[in-house]
Design a binder for this molecule. Structure first.
Ligand code: ADP
Ligand code: MG
Length: 339
């Protein structure tokens, strides 16, 4: 039995449009799992249902063997951090973190010990007396995390906590959150719409699409084995070709009807013919290319089929626009996917 079990979760706000469509999901104790998906797919609704902030239309939620479907928020033992910094503005860092413990009527000495530990955990020593307005967004979010973990919740829920924070600091905070989570072994559900963030953070990713779980798995498995067009587009920027397009590249090969996904970095290109019997090879023309830092992304054309190839930025691999190139793809890198 899993630590958290979502069983047949359905939710609609207006009784008509289903926001969550019969979701079954297991989360193991101590894992950090991510709900990944585009805006509006139901990530927050699912998270808020677990917290008790949203009532589900049907289904059952089990936490640590207990049916919590109808339990009030404060009895669920769940800590939550949101995208917007929701600190008490009139309280300093220490007071913000201590708030929940005071409400729980813990004694002063215990409170001050726990608060100190939580402050250490998120690297905010020296900021105890600062007010939220005196802190950066990243620091405020660390206070919010400390305020949640100091309560020693059974589950920590993080709803796009880093979305408002700029890229460089975001990397640091991703690492920070991961470290805290591993140290405390606290079961955590992290919500993001950012593929890279999900890859970096997660033990497991659950990819959501319009109220369903499209695919679940370890980050590398999702990246290398998308099951559908949606997953291939969302996670690896795959080339997606149907049978007829694939046959324009490879007229001599037999493919079944349906769709195929090819990851750009598995599309090899070179200036001379490729001599490798194990590879599918064909010719194409470079339409254009862009440099994304250490990676060059070529848009190639073969007949009227466009596709991309990504290669590490090494000077000898530069091809000009309009140049003919030879393309090689290993057969196992052409994945059959569903529509
Ligand atoms: P996500 O977090 O993945 O962006 P949400 O769970 O917030 O998605 O929303 C899922 C869908 O439910 C969206 O179409 C959204 O417009 C709708 N929705 C969310 N909250 C409410 C609400 N309180 N009333 C009506 N519709 C809502
Ligand atoms: Mg949301």
């Amino acid at each position: 039995m899993a630590y958290i079990e979502f069983r047949g979760i359905c939710k609609s706000y207006d009784g008509v449009n289903q926001v969550l469509k019969n979701i079954d999901l297991d989360v193991e104790k101590g894992e950090l799992v991510t709900l990944l998906g585009p805006s509006g797919c139901g990530k927050s609704t699912l998270l808020r249902s677990l917290a008790g902030l949203e009532q589900i239309s049907s289904g059952k939620i089990i936490l640590d063997g207990e049916d919590i479907t109808n339990l009030p928020v404060q009895k669920r033992g769940i800590g939550m951090v949101f995208q917007q910094y929701s600190l008490f503005q009139n309280m300093n860092v220490e007071e913000n973190i201590a708030f929940g413990l005071k409400i729980a009527k813990m004694d002063k000495l215990t409170i001050s010990e726990k608060v100190k530990k939580a402050i250490e955990m998120v690297d905010l020593l020296g900021k105890e007396k600062s007010y939220p307005s005196q802190l950066s967004g990243g620091q405020q979010q660390r206070v919010a995390i400390a305020r949640a973990i100091v309560m020693e919740p059974k589950v920590l829920l993080l709803d796009e906590p880093l979305s408002a924070i700029d890229a460089k600091l975001r990397r640091e905070l991703q690492e920070k959150i991961k470290n805290v989570q591993k140290k405390l072994k606290i079961t955590t559900i992290f919500v993001t719409h950012d593929q890279d963030e999900a890859m970096i953070m997660s033990d497991r990713i659950h990819l959501m699409n319009q109220g369903i779980i499209e695919q679940s798995g370890k980050p590398v498995d999702l990246y290398t084995h998308p099951v559908s067009k949606f997953a291939a587009e969302f996670i690896g920027h795959y080339n997606i070709l149907d049978k007829s397009k694939l046959n324009i590249l490879l007229p001599l090969e037999k493919f079944d009807d349906g769709f195929y996904a090819i990851r750009p970095e598995t599309v090899q290109i070179q200036g001379e013919p490729i001599m490798d019997n194990g590879m599918y090879t064909f010719e194409a023309v470079v339409e254009n290319f862009i440099s994304r830092g250490n990676v060059l992304r070529y848009t190639l054309r073969c007949g009227d089929v466009f596709f991309t190839s990504e290669v590490l930025f090494r000077s000898f691999a530069l091809f000009e626009e309009g140049q003919k190139v030879y393309v090689g793809i290993e057969p196992h890198n052409i994945l059959s996917i569903r529509d």
